[in-house]
Design a protein around this ligand. Structure first.
Ligand code: GLN
Length: 490
């Protein structure tokens, strides 16, 4: 029998339906793979008992013909999603051993559809980072290595555990979140598919908040079809999240294989950066050629405010973070330090519980929201945000169906290689933050490898609530580029 962990979700679904194997066997194969891959540090909590119990329940349902769309599919969950009775930490010391008495809406919907929980996945602390190096559980290792090298590389972040686990076949798919690129950048670094849906498409209820006007949940998977399958279960209106939108969830999988003939694809000239590696440039034009060969029309477009997106993001996101993180005060969750008086308790808990990057964001956020600087920074950044959104609207008004860009300005880098200067790390998000600022959907699809054998991805940006077009176009790229699996060394 083929290794069950190498199957896609679509293949596993077919195998379960034809009784080639059981959900319990599928889960056991993944639990064994997780155990053999602890060196990657992708999981911060393994839940084998829960997984076996859920797999057994799925088998019973499948036998009765009552299995849901994800019946028996083993998934990993980013540790930002609250899981009832299961430790949820956002990979921050400050949450300590927090065990939520509630379940996030997105995960509730996955379990409703029959999926199996394998465990909780590592991420940057409070999802702040682009390399998964800020986690209190330590960095995640990318299963990909440069040809002939054993340097350990980052999987990207903040959903580094999700991307690494999916790429290394330690789960069939994973949940992730994206505030400025945290689904798409790690997907590009690990040759996985990641989609950040339109803001409001998935409920944020029960997901630890970073920057509430930017945060969105989405899946990371090993094929475009699998991402579409997961999206259908994750998306939907939720009265508990007033920013979630009441629009029917389409059958995203039906978009796979749909013709893209006649679609207009924008190539934004502002994304052609000075000093961009020639390999990225080449990948981008190859992607354009594939879409053209499939019948799409390529047009140059302009998104003139792109250059302000990153600085504006690094005002808006920390501002919202400083407000969201005010709740971690030693009173309600996890860690509590300093017992003399309440002020000392707040100070000591927060100083001890937050890592350096989180402290930096809280300080920046507090500064840009302070009375004297609010207009100069926060208000101005909000105005820039409106202009960025308008750039995209103007482009779509001209009949453009989607925009093609590189997903990241480089391939995966080494652990410890970047980050001495925080701005160097922030530059990773240059192609992805605009999409969050505008609230639009964006998908990252593996498209090739660099000269050192590392995967590179392309990004497609769509109109609001038109994820379907992204799945159709993403599938064209996947068909042309193929799928990529790292050579196993662990
Ligand atoms: N890397 C970006 C940041 O650190 C985005 C993170 C994210 O999308 N969660 O803010």
């Amino acid at each position: 029998m083929t290794d069950l962990t190498s199957l896609t979700i679509a293949e596993a679904r077919a195998g379960l339906a034809s009784k080639s194997f059981t959900a319990s066997e599928l889960t056991d194969a993944h639990l064994a793979a997780i155990e053999a891959a602890r060196v990657l540090n992708a999981y911060v909590l393994e839940t084998p008992d829960r997984a076996r119990e859920m797999a057994r329940a799925a088998d019973e349902k499948i036998a009765k013909g009552e299995g849901g769309p994800l019946a028996g599919i083993p998934l990993g969950i980013k540790d930002l999603f609250a899981t009832r009775d299961i430790r949820t930490t956002a990979c921050s010391k400050i949450l300590g051993n927090f065990i939520p008495p509630y379940e996030s809406t997105v995960t509730t919907q996955l379990w409703r559809d029959g999926a199996v929980l394998l465990g909780k996945l590592n991420n940057d602390e409070f999802a702040m980072g682009s390399s998964n190096e800020t986690s209190c559980f330590g960095p995640v290792t990318n299963p990909w290595r440069r040809d002939g090298s054993n340097t350990t590389l980052v999987p990207g972040g903040s959903s580094g555990g999700s991307a690494s686990a999916v790429a290394a076949q330690l789960c069939m798919g994973a949940t992730a979140t994206d505030t400025g690129g945290s689904i798409r950048q790690p997907a590009a670094f690990t040759a996985t598919v990641g989609i950040k849906p339109t803001y409001g498409r998935c409920s944020r209820w029960g997901i630890v908040a970073f920057a509430s006007s930017l945060d969105q949940a989405g899946p990371i998977a090993r094929s475009v079809r699998d991402a579409a399958i997961l999206m259908r279960s994750m998306a939907g209106h939720d009265p508990k999240d007033t920013t979630s939108v009441d629009i029917a969830v389409p059958d995203y999988e039906a978009s796979i294989g749909k013709s893209v003939k006649g679609m207009k694809i924008g190539i934004p000239k502002e994304y052609r950066l000075d000093g961009m590696p020639a390999e990225i440039e080449k990948l981008w034009s190859e992607g354009a050629d594939w879409l053209k060969a499939a019948g799409a029309e390529l047009v140059e477009v302009s998104l003139p405010h792109t250059k302000y997106a990153l600085p504006a993001y690094y005002i808006v996101a920390p501002a919202e973070a400083s407000s969201n993180l005010a709740r971690y005060d030693g009173v309600r969750y996890g860690l509590r330090e300093g017992a003399k008086n309440i002020i000392e308790m707040y100070e000591d808990t927060r100083a001890e519980g937050f890592g350096a990057e989180v402290r930096r964001r809280v300080l920046i956020g507090t500064y840009v929201l302070s009375a004297g600087y609010y207009d100069a920074y926060y208000l101005r950044a909000q105005k820039v945000r409106t202009l960025i959104k308008k750039d995209f609207e103007d482009c779509f008004a001209k009949g453009v169906n989607a925009i093609l860009t590189p997903a990241t300005p480089s391939a995966a880098f080494g652990i410890g290689e970047k980050g001495a200067d925080p701005v160097e790390m922030y530059l990773n998000d240059i192609f992805t933050v605009t999409v969050n600022m505008a609230g639009l959907p964006g998908i990252a699809v593996p498209a090739g490898k660099d000269s050192q054998g590392l995967p590179l991805g392309l990004q497609l940006i769509g109109r609001a609530f038109d994820e379907e077009t992204l799945f159709s176009l993403g599938d064209v790229i996947e068909q042309a580029a193929g799928r990529f699996t790292p050579a196993k060394w662990w």
